[in-house]
Design a protein around this ligand. Structure first.
Ligand code: ADP
Ligand code: ADP
Ligand code: ZN
Length: 214
C-alpha cells in the first residue's frame, strides 16, 4: 500500500502517518524528519536545506526528489510506505510518478487532511518537538505526562524555529501557492481522499482507516 499524506503544515499529517505506519506495518517516510536529522548531523544536505527551512520556504525540488525516489526503493518499502511531507510541488509529484511508473508501480491513496488556516496557527503554536527523538506533542491536544519532557526518551521539548508565528504565516502562503495544486493533481488521477482534519486525532485516524480498509 503506497500512501501520500497531503495537507497544510500542522494539519496533522505526521501524527496520522505514524499511526497508519504502525497499524499497517509500513515505513513512515517524512522528508521534514529526514532534513532535520541531516541538520542535526551537520551534513551538506542539512546545511543547504536549513537555509530554506528557516525562512519557511520549500527546499528546492532537486534536493528532495532523488532522496525520496532512492528511499522508496529500499527493501523495507516492498510492502508499501507512507510519505509525509512529500510531494509538496507538482514537479515532485511528477518525479515520483515517473520513477514509480518505471518500476510498474503507482501511488494507491492520496489522503488530504483538511484543516482551515485559522486552526493551523493554533496547532503549530502549540506543537512541541523532542530534541532527542523528534516525537511531536501539543501543549493542549497531545500533552506529555511531565511538562516539557518527552514521554518516550525523557529529553527536552522545544518549539521548532519554523513554528514561530512569523514563519507559520509564510509557510501557509507557500502551502497555498505550491502544494495545494496537488489536490487537483491527485483528484484527476482518481486517488484523492479528503478527510476532515478538525476532528480529534482518533476520529481522524478512524476516518483514514475506513478509507484504506482493514
Ligand atoms: P510540517 O510537518 O509542519 O508540514 P515538515 O516537517 O514536513 O513540516 O517540513 C519542514 C520543512 O522542511 C518545510 O517547511 C520545508 O522547508 C522542508 N521540506 C520538507 N519536505 C519538503 C519537500 N517535500 N519539499 C521541499 N521542502 C520540504
Ligand atoms: P503536520 O505533520 O501536518 O505538520 P502534526 O502531525 O505535527 O502536523 O500536527 C501539528 C500539531 O497539531 C501537533 O502539535 C499535533 O500534536 C497536533 N495535532 C495533530 N492532529 C491533531 C488533531 N486532530 N487535533 C488536535 N491537535 C492535533
Ligand atoms: Zn523524545
Amino acid at each position: 500500500m503506497k500512501i501520500i499524506m497531503l495537507g497544510a503544515p500542522g494539519a496533522g499529517k505526521g501524527t496520522q502517518a505514524k499511526k497508519i505506519a504502525g497499524k499497517y506495518e509500513i515505513p513512515h517516510i517524512s522528508t521534514g524528519d529526514i532534513f532535520r536529522a541531516n541538520i542535526k548531523n551537520g551534513t551538506e544536505l542539512g546545511k543547504k536545506a536549513k537555509t530554506y527551512m528557516d525562512q519557511g520556504l520549500l527546499v528546492p525540488d532537486e534536493l528532495v526528489c532523488d532522496l525520496v525516489v532512492d528511499r522508496v526503493q529500499q527493501k523495507d518499502c516492498e510492502r508499501g510506505y507512507i510519505l509525509d511531507g512529500f510531494p509538496r510541488t507538482i514537479p515532485q509529484a511528477e518525479s515520483l510518478d515517473k520513477a514509480l511508473a518505471e518500476l510498474g508501480e503507482s501511488v494507491d491513496f492520496a489522503i488530504n487532511v483538511e484543516v482551515p488556516d485559522e486552526n493551523i496557527v493554533n496547532r503549530m503554536g502549540g506543537r512541541r518537538a523532542c530534541v532527542g527523538c523528534g516525537a511531536t506533542y501539543h501543549l493542549a491536544y497531545a500533552p506529555t505526562k511531565t511538562e516539557g519532557i518527552c514521554d518516550t526518551c525523557g529529553k527536552e521539548l522545544i518549539l521548532r524555529d519554523d513554528d514561530k508565528p512569523e514563519t507559520v504565516q509564510k509557510r501557509l502562503g507557500v502551502y497555498h501557492e505550491q502544494t495545494q495544486p496537488l489536490i487537483a493533481y491527485y483528484s484527476k488521477k482518481g486517488i484523492l481522499k479528503d478527510v476532515d482534519g478538525t476532528m480529534d486525532m482518533e476520529a481522524v485516524f478512524q476516518a483514514i482507516v475506513k478509507i484504506l480498509g482493514a
